[in-house]
Design a protein around this ligand. Sequence first.
Ligand SMILES: [Zn+2]
Length: 463
Amino acid sequence: MRFDTVIRNGTVVTATDTFPADVGIVGDKISAIAAGLPVENSGKTIDARGRLLFPGGIDVHTHLDMPFGGTTSADDFETGTIAAAFGGTTTLIDFAIQYKGQSLREAFDTWMKKAEGKAVADFAFHCIITDLGSAQLEEMGQLVREGVSSFKLFMAYPGVFMLDDATIFRAMSQAAKHGGLICMHAENGGAIDVIVQRALAEGKRAPKYHALTRPTTAEGEATSRAIALAEMAGAPVYIVHLSCNEALEKVREARDRGLPAYAETCPQYLFLSLENFDVPGFEGAKYVFTPPLREKWHQEKLWQGLARDTLQVVSTDHCPFCFKEQKELGKDDFTKIPNGGPGIEHRLSLVYTGGVHGKHFSPNRFVELVSTAPARLFGLYPRKGTIAVGSDADIVVFDPHQEDTISAATHHMRVDYSMFEGIRVKGVPKTVLSRGQVIIDGGKFVGRRGAGQFIRRQTYSGV
Ligand SMILES: [Zn+2]
């Protein structure tokens, strides 16, 4: 057998195993994994001595080129997938938004146009449903068959995205029937809106009030309600961007009862806290996203949740808005600050640093959280999410000892600040392959605009 590329002398790390091996690639697939693959049969050789080989990261929660609050998120599918690749993420699942009155098809078509020809690595979509009449209800099965096998619903943002319980219940029942998975933004939007209006009436307008008007109880309550609705509908449910212990406890209780309830958290909830709002002037706007930052003690609970499988996934909820001109839209009113933060580039380094070097879990659990479990839950496995013969050759050559300092001065996201400015990480992607092609090498992007493909996902089948 002749290989197009062989990665030599590395240590393969999957969700279950760690072993030294060479990895042979033919075309866009992994075709052999063995110690000492014959030298004479290889084209390109990558030396991975002293390095770990991970399956390419899968980020199941990104918002590229997304209109929000009168502006648009700052990364498009080209800059966003390049930044992701620098950080070792080779597959994204972004959100196609159905606006009121639209078909789900229109949402899918609109987001395909944003991504096709631009993305440098592979992508897929969830569909955000904001208006569910009988026509759209029928469309859900069709979308699942076309590879859009998950839907996101909101219990927050009344008048914009929020759905009532009856609609959520209907959507869950329909998703279950067709093998779709419901992703839930779980916050009690009705109560939050009243608290927000009170704050504004009291003249509380600074960025920190975005966080102080969204209590953890609102997230805990909605998480509990989402799980109850899913249980009644006989459907699995996936809680997105879980930020606090109250919500974590609800997921743990459900899983203890054997329910198919899953949840993700994001690096910002693991590394940042309310203390980040102790900055001068309007700087706090850099940390305005939803759910908001919490008191610091929640961080350790979330790390434990990741270690104990209460949480299955770390995604980023990457939704970048520049500080200048975008975040500044809310200079005099926190409700006008575009919600979202940039994170697509640093997920693997941050989770490896805090999780593995921080002794919360093993490198195998790390791989499970950033690649394998996302692939399994969202119908990408075993094509993606592992290093195995026949899988796509999406591979990260990772130096677990190299240190780096995160900074807007050196990152590749198209945004003028970093949420993680100054944070030291240990563990950095050195070379990144997407379907057999090297796209990051020696700190440079060497891939191609438009090389990313839309991936039709399979139906939900559990983890
Ligand atoms: Zn989001």
